[in-house]
Design a binder for this molecule. Structure first.
Ligand code: GTP
Ligand code: SPV
Ligand code: MN
Length: 585
């Protein structure tokens, strides 16, 4: 096995000089190392052992109550020119950010141990993989990175003599708001995060590296880093087609990526390639190829049960870390939407007594599970393919109670990119600093994750399209439309396969559609709905396009896109005019 090269050693020395830890430990990703750290965490009560019969090898972790989700207002893109971060990102000048972070980090690991984590994002042997090195004082981060990335000394071999690694600096410091910064320096390929040890704020291989830094690298190198699941759909008629889908945080990626076909569609099989992040590249064949850079799942717990997501339930049946779920007296985890009814008594996610009469939820709404992808019974045999899988379709979605139909197909790549960029979605608990439920624009589900100006990002999407002679078709979906009774019109979860089947049949030119101002919706009876208890009226309501409502939507969209000024693709202006014409204005 390799050893860290001189570039790595000198950067780690620099980090240690600033942080002044008592010890520096170079991690190797071994099982022995994981056991040792776990034992230490159990002794320090940083982990709570779960019932060994019901949850073998699994633990509960309670985070600090003010550190339970990504924090968008403390997340910065630090590039020299403010305009290059764009109107949707927080920006800080690199020198100012470094000044602040140096002050916060100075001596921050005194009395503590600094762990050095070598890791690779992307399948081993893939020409698209990227090496990262993270320093951290959080053992929780170490054991989580071991699940979420390909961690270990193999990264040193991959790196060789090169200094082409992403520098990931993490210090827990105190979990106080004024110490909290999640800063990205795309020019230097540096991430510097302090004051949080939760999920996307602290596991720097995930959103920070594989989306914010990677999106910026992708722009330079001609590829895309996207907030997308990747899945294969094997049809009973033979053959597997692949699709990628971008939905905002907590809007259904993990669930779709591992859905179980309904009985009426028996014969179909779903193969999970990834549930959160996709790196997309034009191949020599003119198709778009997708790779999942991650090796684990960091999934939303509430709502997960045997009916909604049996594959996830099997995936997390062992060797899983639960973060911020409730704990039952028998040492098992519980959450809202669990198969079991609410327990008579439990400890809530903060460790406080909870009963069904309590007015607060037992599990945090953003409680999560961390588990290796290898434990997923639906895992695709292609999940580690160095080239990835070729996409037939890309889906953009969001959570919209009104306005957005269940599904429609866009007319072409440019219209599809425009449609993805137009996505709005109701805010969920996956970020700390917004009012849950209010709708906001979230282009391509990348609003919190794009490492550069989103106007440039839209142009980059258009330029990728020019390299594709066989581009995937682009669709918009919405599982969350509600009826006048305020209930979801669509059953969702496994039944979503019905929509995927229509989509993939459109890609192979078999399913019928009807044209609306937005795009092609399923023709009557072309959605495979047999065996589903859904009235004709409900189907109509699900697919309805209300032109008056959409004229209002378009006016709001024009206002939104104006924030990008002259970085907005002129093609988007033409798309808006064309949409206006189709809507009859
Ligand atoms: P991140 O990990 O934050 O990126 O989230 P995600 O996009 O992977 O979302 P996930 O699949 O974890 O789902 C989030 C929440 O939405 C869970 O509580 C699910 O139970 C719920 N959900 C997922 N799919 C559906 C669906 O088709 N219909 C309905 N009604 N709810 C769904
Ligand atoms: C998301 O919020 O989209 C997540 C969780 O997948 S985190 O890793 O915290 O970003
Ligand atoms: Mn996500």
């Amino acid at each position: 096995m390799g050893t860290p090269n001189a570039y790595v050693r000198s950067w780690v020395e620099e980090c240690a000089k600033l942080l002044r830890p008592d010890h520096v430990v170079w991690c190797d990703g071994s099982d022995e190392e994981r056991r040792r750290l776990t034992t230490e965490m159990l002794l320090q009560r940083e982990l709570i052992p779960l019932n060994a019969d019901r949850h073998p090898g699994s633990y509960l972790r309670r985070s600090s109550p003010n550190d339970t989700a990504r924090t968008e207002k403390k997340t910065f893109i630090c590039c020299p020119n403010r305009d290059d971060a764009g109107p949707t990102n927080n920006w800080m000048a690199p020198e100012e950010a470094k000044r602040k972070l140096t002050a916060v980090s100075d001596g921050a690991m005194k009395g503590r141990t600094m762990y050095v984590i070598p890791f690779v994002m992307g399948p081993s042997g893939s020409p698209f993989r990227k090496v990262g090195v993270q320093v951290t004082d959080s053992r929780y981060v170490v054991i989580s990175m071991r699940v979420m990335t390909r961690m270990g000394a193999a990264a040193w071999d991959d790196l060789g003599d090169s200094d082409d690694f992403i520098r990931c600096f993490h210090a827990t410091v105190e979990l106080k708001d004024d110490q909290k910064f999640i800063c990205h320096f795309p020019q230097e390929r540096l991430i510097w995060s302090t004051g949080s040890d939760y999920g996307g704020n602290a596991l720097l291989g995930k959103k920070c590296l594989s989306l914010r830094i990677a999106s910026s690298m992708g722009r330079q190198e001609g590829w895309l880093a996207e907030h997308m699941l990747i899945m294969g759909v094997e049809s009973p008629h033979g053959g597997t087609q692949y699709l990628a889908a971008a939905f905002p945080s907590a809007c259904g990626k993990t669930n779709l990526a591992m859905l179980v076909p309904p009985a009426a569609l028996n014969g179909y099989r779903i193969w999970t390639v990834g549930d959160d992040i996709a790196w997309l590249r034009p191949g020599p064949d003119g198709r778009l190829w997708a790779v999942n850079p991650e090796a684990g799942l960091f999934g939303v717990v509430p709502g997960t049960n045997q009916r909604t997501n049996p594959v996830a339930m099997e995936t997390i049946a062992r060797d899983t870390v639960f973060t911020n779920t409730a704990l039952r007296p028998d040492g098992t985890a519980w959450w809202e939407g669990h198969d079991d009814p609410p327990p008579k008594e439990a400890l809530d996610w903060k460790g406080l007594p909870w009963t069904p009469a309590s007015t607060t939820p037992a599990a945090h709404p953003n409680s999560r599970f961390t588990a290796p992808l290898r434990q997923c019974p639906a895992l695709s045999s292609k999940w580690e393919d160095p080239q990835g899988v070729p996409l037939d379709a890309i889906l953009f979605g969001g959570r919209r109670a009104h306005t957005e139909p269940l599904v429609y197909e866009t007319f072409d790549w440019i219209h599809g990119v425009f449609t993805g960029a137009s996505t709005a979605s109701e805010v969920t608990a996956a970020a700390q600093d917004h009012v849950v439920g209010t709708a906001r624009r979230d282009p391509m589900a990348m609003l919190p994750f794009c490492g550069y100006n989103m106007g440039d990002y839209f142009n980059h999407w258009l330029s990728i399209g020019r390299k594709l002679s066989r581009p995937p078709k682009i669709f918009r979906v919405n599982w969350f439309r509600k009826g006048s009774d305020d209930q979801f019109l669509w059953p969702g979860f496994g039944e979503n396969l019905r929509v995927l089947v229509w989509i993939l049949e459109r890609c192979s030119g078999r399913a019928l559609s009807q044209t609306t101002p937005l795009g092609e919706v399923p023709a009557p009876d072309s959605l495979p709905l047999r065996g589903l208890d859904l009235s004709r009226d409900a189907v109509k309501a699900l697919l309805a396009v209300d032109s008056a409502e959409w004229r209002g939507e378009l006016a709001a969209l024009r206002e939104y896109f104006a924030i990008f000024g002259d970085r907005l693709p002129s093609a988007f202006l033409r798309e808006m005019d064309a949409l206006a014409a189709r809507l009859g204005t």
